[in-house]
Structure formats: structure tokens, C-alpha cells
Design a protein around this ligand. Structure first.
Ligand code: PMP
Length: 360
């Protein structure tokens, strides 16, 4: 069986050796005579898997001891609400940066719980840039500052971390977590849906500094109270055990590859190749400012929208899957997360040159 190259934004490509291992262990995990999917989340077998996944993630990201790591449910969209519920700590205002469609959605939900102070905003100019930090209107009394390190739809990525003094920084890293080293201690809270750089959908990782835990609003649903889930090691209720297990296998794979440090080098090279292909002749275009172009999600346009469906179809026939842009945006988008091999990018670049020759 040949596997195609998959450029899906999420659920995204998984490392093939991980899928192979999961397949080998599917019916009979660790010679226990049952699948890991069929074991209690309170069994010693699952506990081993859960602890190992957390341990490896801590190693990969160099997570300091004063941070808890939670494996929750509900996706990053739930965190858009769970963050204000847990972190307002009696305050009424939080700072938000709007650099794309996902931060817009985060703001929409947080407005149910607090007043949003828009610190920086690029909605009017079509989400193609990141405003210089000197222009940000930071509120020193805010409960926290929220931003998205990589805008999955718009292809805008921060390559720097804001410093706002004592106000805790909350970052949605769903689409670029583990793609390069970061300094966790610069953040109060990091969250990420798993289905891009971590594993299959169903798991949401939350990394939170201990001192921020413990003052959730009393309306917070108990499974979303960070204090409860920290005490219960993310087992207050039944977690998605299979997704957690697979995340652990991805972390092992990442470690074998050299971790985020090595991934950063490959990811940089992959993205450079693709942007070079987009910029080379004027047939393809990407409107994002060069200094904040995403290394993970690369949207691009063809000169004539009528060619979009032809491009998708011919790419599919060439074994290049899921290159369509986000539903409300259109155009093309190639998501090239950690598990998308450089060969996939090379194949796409070659296909793009051929497509331009035929249709340009
Ligand atoms: N934040 C970002 C940056 C995302 O890319 C996504 C999903 N693509 C979400 C939040 C929402 O994640 P979920 O669908 O898991 O709720």
C-alpha cells in the first residue's frame, strides 16, 4: 500500500512509524491480551502510558517543575472559554491580540466571561502581519494576555515572545507546538489541541504555572477546573485513552528525531523551499509579511480562482492530499507540520512548477 503525502491542517499527518507501532500493538498491548483501548484508565498499564507521555513531553519542551501538564478534552476551542473561567481570578478584563481567524474566535468566546482589551489587531488589514510590540496597548491590570503563536488559517506566526511584565501570558500553540524550542518559563499557560503536531484529535494539552491554578470561577465545569485535573492527574473523568497513548508514541518518535531542536532546522528548510516556489514567478502568491510567515501552515493563491478546483484535483491525482484552504477563506494551504516529511514538500514544489507550466 502506498501512502499519499498529506497536507491537512488537522487532523493532520502522523509519523508513519507511530502508526505502524500502534497497528502492531492494536490487538494485544504489552502482551496483556487486550488492546490499550479496552483497558481501564485507572489500570497500572494505562498509568504507565500516561506517566511516560507526560515525562517525555516535559523532556522535549524542558518544562520546569513549577508547571503542571494536563491532558484534557474539548479541543482548543474549549480552552477559549476554560482559560477565562480559570484565570480571571476575580478580575474583569483580559488582554487579547487578534492576528487571525483563531484569535478572533478566542475573543468571541472570552467576551462571554470578561471585557476584552484588544492589545493589537490586524483584522482590518486582512491578517497578514503582526504589529510591532512597541504599538501594543497593554493593560497592566489585565488578568492575562492571550495570543496565538501560529494562526493556522492565515499562516501568520510569531517568531518572538512578548514580555508584559507580571501579567501572565497565555498562548494557544495548537499549530506550532514542538516545532521548535521555546522557553516555557516565559508563559503562564500554554495550550494546544493535539491533532496537528501531537497526535490524533481528542486530547488537549495544557501546561500551566502552579501559582495560576486554584481560583477558578465557581461556574467552571468540574472537568475543566485546572485545580481538580491537576490533583487528579487529568483523570477526574475518563480521558480519551487511545489518543493519549498515541500522543505518547509521537513524543517518543520526536525524541528519536532529535526533539524540537532538530525539528526547527528541518521545518525552516521545508518552509523556505515552499515559499521560494510561491515567490519565484508571480503565478502563486502569499500576502503575509515575510517576517511573520508561518513555517507550519502556508496559504497561497493561484492567479485565477477558477483554477483552484483543477489544482486540488490534479494534486490529489499526484498523491498530494488536502491542499485546499480553510472553508471561509478559499485558495490553497499546505500544512507542513513535524510529521510531514521533506520529501512531501519536494513533491509539492515539483507539482507546482508543472502545474504552472501547464496552466500559466
Ligand atoms: N486554535 C488554533 C490555532 C487552531 O488551529 C484550532 C483548530 N484548527 C483551534 C484553536 C480549534 O481547535 P479545536 O477544533 O480542537 O477546538
Amino acid at each position: 500500500m502506498t501512502r499519499s503525502f498529506n497536507f491537512c491542517a488537522g487532523p493532520a499527518a502522523l509519523p508513519e512509524p507511530v502508526l505502524q507501532k500502534a497497528k502492531d500493538e492494536l490487538l494485544n498491548w504489552g502482551q496483556r491480551g487486550a488492546s490499550i483501548m479496552e483497558m481501564s484508565h485507572r489500570s497500572t498499564e494505562f498509568q504507565e502510558i500516561a506517566d511516560h507521555a507526560e515525562f517525555t513531553l516535559r523532556e522535549l519542551m524542558h518544562i520546569p517543575d513549577n508547571y503542571a501538564v494536563l491532558f484534557l478534552q474539548g479541543g482548543a476551542s474549549s480552552q477559549f472559554a476554560v482559560v477565562p473561567l480559570n484565570l480571571l481570578h476575580g478580575k474583569t478584563t483580559a488582554d487579547y491580540v487578534r492576528t487571525g481567524i483563531w484569535s478572533d474566535k478566542a475573543i468571541e468566546q472570552s467576551q462571554r466571561y470578561c471585557n476584552v482589551n484588544l492589545v493589537a489587531d490586524t483584522k482590518e488589514t486582512g491578517y497578514t502581519s503582526i504589529p510591532d510590540f512597541s504599538t501594543w496597548k497593554v493593560n497592566p491590570g489585565a488578568a492575562y494576555l492571550h495570543y496565538i503563536t501560529n494562526e493556522t488559517v492565515n499562516g501568520v506566526e510569531f517568531n518572538w515572545t512578548p514580555d508584559v511584565g507580571d501579567v501572565p501570558i497565555v498562548a494557544d500553540m495548537s499549530s506550532n507546538i514542538l516545532s521548535r524550542p521555546i522557553d516555557v518559563s516565559g508563559f503562564g499557560l500554554i495550550y494546544a489541541g493535539a491533532q496537528k503536531n501531537i497526535g490524533p484529535s481528542g486530547i488537549t494539552i495544557v501546561i500551566i504555572r502552579h501559582d495560576l491554578i486554584g481560583q477558578a470561577d465557581k461556574m467552571t465545569p468540574i472537568p475543566f477546573d485546572y485545580e481538580v485535573q491537576t490533583k487528579d492527574k487529568s483523570l477526574y473523568n475518563t480521558p480519551p485513552t487511545f489518543a493519549w497513548y498515541l500522543a505518547g508514541l509521537v513524543f517518543d518518535w520526536l525524541k528519536e528525531q532529535g526533539g524540537p531542536e532538530r525539528m526547527a532546522i528541518t521545518n525552516e528548510r521545508k518552509a523556505k523551499k515552499l515559499y521560494a516556489a510561491i515567490d519565484s514567478t508571480g503565478f502563486y502568491s502569499n500576502e503575509v509579511d515575510v517576517d511573520c510567515r508561518s513555517r507550519m501552515n502556508i496559504p497561497f493563491q493561484l492567479p485565477d480562482q477558477r483554477l483552484d478546483s483543477v489544482f486540488i484535483l490534479e494534486a490529489q491525482e499526484a498523491g498530494l492530499l488536502n491542499l485546499n484552504g480553510f472553508r471561509s477563506v478559499g485558495g490553497m494551504r499546505a500544512s507542513i507540520y513535524n510529521a510531514v516529511p521533506e520529501d512531501a514538500v519536494d513533491a509539492l514544489v515539483e507539482f507546482m512548477a508543472g502545474f504552472e507550466m501547464t496552466h500559466g
